[in-house]
Design a protein around this ligand. Structure first.
Ligand code: PA5
Length: 460
C-alpha cells in the first residue's frame, strides 16, 4: 500500500484518478470497444517487446519505475544550488523541452504567484519563441534580478532555444561574473553531442543527461521536467510516485477492461474511426491550461502523420463556454470532449449572503464556489452530449504532485498505444523539419544553398 509523502493519511485506494467512458459509448457502435481488445493488446505487446515503429524511443515506458532515490537526490541538490543563487530561473527550451515543466508548475502554483513574494525562485520560460519583443522585455526584467538559466535541449541545436541561451548567458556573465554564472547555469542535454553539450563542457556547467531513448514530449519525468519543477519548490518524489502507480495500473498485464490507458486509447480510436476529427481537452481549473498545452503537443506531434489523426484542441471552462461553447454545442459534429475534472479544491471559499440581494444571488449564499463550478461541469456535460458531443471524463481527487504524475503517465501510455492503433510511428516528428529547412535557407545558413535558391525563386 502506498503512502504519499505529502498526505500520509491517504492511500492509493481513495486517492486515485478515475476514467469514465459511459458518456462516449452512446455515440459509437455497440461492442466497438470490446472488438478493439486484440489490437490494443497487440499494441501493448509491441511497446513492451520493442517491436513497434520508433522502438528506439520507448525509454519512457518504464521510466517512472526506474527512477532511483539517488537520482532524485541529485536533482534536488542541483535545484537547491539554483534556489540559493537565484531569485529567478529561466527555463530555456521549446516543445517537449519545456511544456511538461510549465504544465506541472502552473498546475501547482498559486494563480497569482507572479504578484506575490515566494520562497522559491520565480520560474520564467523562454527559448520557445523568436519574438524580439519577448526577449527584449525579458532581458529588461532580468537586468536587475539575480537570475539563473536551465538550458534544455536534447539536440542541443534548436534555434529558438540557442538564440535565447546565447543572449541570457551573456547577460548572466556580465551581471554576475563567470564564476557565479557557472553556479547559476545548468544544462540538460545529450550525453555527448550538440552545441549545448559542447558549451556546458567548455564552461564547466553542471549537466543532466536526457536519455537517448526518451523523446522530448515524453521527457517530463527526466531532468527536463524534474529539475525545473524541483527548483520551483515542488515535491518531485510525489510526482514520480504518481507516475509509478499509474505505470502499474496501466501495465500490459492489467486486463483490457480494467486498464485505463488501454480504454482511453481504444475509445478515442473508436470515435476517430466513427468520424470524429477533433478531441477537445477540457478543464474547469485555469491552472490546468498548460497541462492542455503539454497534452496537445504529446498527441499532436506523436500522431499527426501520414494524413491521419485526431486534431488535439483544448478549452478552459467555464471561461471558454462564453466563446467556444457555442461552436461545441452547435457547430460541425466532428468533435468529442475529454474532460479533466478535479474533485476538490485546495482552498475554501463560499458565496456571501447579501441583505439587499440586488444581484439575486442569495440562492447561492453559503455555497462553495467549487460546488457551482461542478454544477457548471455537469450541466455542460449533459448539454454537450445532448448536442451530439461524446464526453470522456477523467477525474482526479485534487491538484497536487501525485495526481499530476498519474495524469502524465496516463496520457503518455495512452498516446503510445493510440499511435500503434493508428499505425503511425508516434515517436518521430519528421514534419517539424519542413519549416526549419525553409527558415534556414531564407536566413542563409551554411549548407542550405540549394534550398535557398529554390525558396528565393518562390519569393519573386
Ligand atoms: O517532442 C519533441 O521531440 C520536440 O518537441 C522537441 O522537444 C523540441 O523540438 C525541442 O527539441 P530539443 O530538445 O532538441 O531542443
Amino acid at each position: 500500500m502506498y503512502l504519499c509523502t505529502k498526505y500520509p493519511e491517504l492511500t492509493t485506494c481513495n486517492y486515485k484518478m478515475k476514467l469514465e467512458l459511459e458518456n462516449a459509448t452512446g455515440f459509437i457502435a455497440p461492442k466497438m470497444i470490446e472488438s478493439l481488445q486484440e489490437e490494443v493488446d497487440a499494441a501493448q505487446v509491441a511497446l513492451e517487446q520493442g517491436t513497434c515503429p520508433g522502438n528506439d524511443f520507448i525509454g519512457w515506458l518504464h521510466l517512472p519505475s526506474s527512477i532511483t532515490t539517488e537520482f532524485i537526490d541529485e536533482i534536488k541538490d542541483a535545484a537547491q544550488t539554483l534556489q540559493e543563487n537565484c531569485d529567478a530561473v529561466v527555463i530555456a527550451g521549446i516543445g517537449g523541452s519545456y511544456l511538461g515543466a510549465q504544465a506541472v508548475i502552473a498546475a501547482l502554483d498559486d494563480n497569482f504567484s507572479w504578484l506575490k513574494p515566494t520562497n522559491a525562485p520565480r520560474i520564467l520560460f523562454a527559448g520557445n519563441n523568436i519574438s524580439e519583443d519577448y526577449l527584449s522585455e525579458l532581458i529588461d526584467y532580468l537586468r536587475d534580478v539575480r537570475f539563473g538559466i536551465i538550458n534544455i535541449s536534447k539536440s542541443g541545436t534548436t534555434t529558438e532555444t540557442a538564440i535565447t541561451f546565447r543572449l541570457l548567458k551573456k547577460l548572466c556573465e556580465e551581471q554576475r561574473g563567470k564564476t557565479i554564472a557557472r553556479k547559476a547555469i545548468v544544462a540538460v542535454t545529450d550525453a555527448k553531442k550538440g552545441a549545448a553539450r559542447t558549451t556546458a563542457d567548455r564552461e564547466g556547467y553542471r549537466t543532466f543527461v536526457i536519455p537517448d531513448n526518451v523523446g522530448g514530449r515524453f521527457s517530463v519525468l527526466t531532468p527536463v521536467g524534474l529539475l525545473p519543477i524541483a527548483v520551483a519548490g515542488y515535491d518531485i518524489e510525489a510526482l514520480v510516485k504518481g507516475a509509478q502507480d499509474m505505470e502499474k495500473e496501466c501495465d500490459s498485464n492489467v486486463p483490457y477492461s480494467e486498464n485505463p490507458c488501454a480504454q482511453y486509447a481504444a475509445m478515442r480510436y473508436a470515435l476517430y474511426t466513427s468520424g470524429k476529427k477533433i478531441e477537445i481537452l477540457v478543464n474547469y481549473q485555469p491552472k490546468l491550461h498548460f497541462m492542455s498545452e503539454w497534452w496537445k503537443q504529446l498527441y499532436g506531434e506523436s500522431e499527426g502523420k501520414d494524413g491521419k489523426a485526431l486534431f488535439p484542441a483544448s478549452v478552459d471552462f467555464s471561461t471558454d463556454l462564453h466563446s467556444m461553447g457555442q461552436w461545441i454545442q452547435d457547430g460541425e459534429r466532428t468533435v468529442f470532449e475529454t474532460v479533466i475534472s478535479v474533485d476538490k479544491p485546495n482552498r475554501s471559499l463560499t458565496v456571501p449572503s447579501d441583505e439587499e440581494n440586488l444581484d439575486g444571488l442569495n440562492f447561492l449564499a453559503g455555497r462553495h464556489i467549487d460546488e457551482i463550478n461542478h454544477k457548471a461541469e455537469i450541466g455542460t456535460r449533459f448539454a454537450h452530449i445532448d448536442g451530439g458531443v461524446p464526453n470522456i471524463r477523467i477525474s482526479i481527487p485534487k491538484l497536487d504532485e501525485y495526481n499530476l504524475g498519474q495524469l502524465i503517465y496516463f496520457f503518455e501510455k495512452g498516446c503510445g498505444i493510440s499511435g500503434q492503433l493508428l499505425k503511425v510511428n508516434p515517436f518521430n516528428q519528421p514534419g517539424v523539419e519542413a519549416y526549419k529547412k525553409n527558415m534556414f535557407a531564407l536566413l542563409g545558413k551554411p549548407g542550405y544553398e540549394e534550398e535557398s535558391q529554390k525558396i528565393s525563386a518562390r519569393l519573386k
